[in-house]
Design a protein around this ligand. Sequence first.
Ligand code: PLP
Length: 428
Amino acid sequence: MEKLIELDKKHFIHPTSSIKDQQANGAKLIIEKGEGIYLTDKKGDVYIDAMSSLWNVNIGHGNKELAEVAKEQMEKLAFSSTFSTFSHEPAILLAKKIADLAPSKLNAVFFTSGGSESNDSAFKLVRHYWKIQGKPERNKIVSLKRGYHGVAAASTSATGIPEFWDMAGHMESGFVHAETPYWEGTKTSIDSIREVIEAEGPETIAAFIAEPIQGAGGVLIPPNDYFKEVRKLCDEYGIVFIADEVITGFGRTGKMFGMENWDVQPDMMSFAKGVTSGYIPLGGVLVSDKIHDVMKDKSMGTLFHGFTYSGHPVAAAVALKNIEIIEKQGLVENACKMGEELLKGFKQIKNELNIVGNVRAVGLLGAFELVADPDTNKRFASDLKVAPRVIAALHERGVICRAVTYESTDIICFAPPLIINQEQINTV
Ligand code: PLP
């Protein structure tokens, strides 16, 4: 164990981590195995993975069916390109399956290896869509403050959490941010998108992107009418509406896709995480028939965009089996039912503790806020590090969840695997 920690310090640069902290304290958890909703570390300590790791292990850990499918597919065809006119059955069948599950007008998929690549691809495809229609000036992307869209060049820029741009400077120009509806309400935040569009020039805006529920920003649930108004605004200006379903896709919110909660159809949809429950990297972007038709009609020559692992056969086979399990086991319905229990638990904590402010959950995506005064929602001073201390205390009690502390908020987030049952959710 000591040896592993030393090697980790010396050779392993962890993503989204403090390098100083790693050097001072070493890796805190070296996870050895996972089963169901539980993770076990090398010391043998067992934890409830109340975050589904990175909001992604939807069907829970240690599912042998996925391992078997991966083995079978690797033995049959471990890799073959999908570039140009090459194709293979797992990718074709997965594209068809996702098109069947997605909103009715989204029927064509471009595959990637994860969420950041999916959003960067969405931005590139949408710029291409405008360019081939003779409108190359439509190239700006509007997104929301506190939105998280990934860490590749363009997705970093679309992300509305400045900490992500600060470390290396803003990666790209042409990305503008509007107010998030969670704090501002529908009218003010729709007005804010309109102001951004008008200030930049409507003829320069390619797309608007948002998560149905902002995950990494702190599980920020918009008012019920917000996305209907977004849809109207995008139609008014002829802007493409991209839903980032990387967290909310594949059952997380008690619907197959998060936008279904608001009964709104986007024009493009990015996904990743839950499509394979994290067993293997895969993501993608769905485009509407309208966009696909324009591309079919007007794209000339080669579409110069593609990843080596776009539609990887093993990842596609695993995704197909993962979706089959989600459907067979009724995990979307379970997320809905258990989400109500999670919210009940949050309300109970709120009644018992006078430092709990807003509590919320849609399906198994939930959070509660810690505040100095629940009546006024006055926040704690950030140097008190309230949320990180609560996370550490929960960790001591064997529960892994996540703190969100941007802009002096103290938010405790939960996103347990969709297989969680009544008894387990009571423990969380
Ligand atoms: N979009 C959303 C909403 C996410 O939550 C994430 C990751 O957490 C991403 C995009 C980026 O995905 P990835 O980390 O797979 O690149």
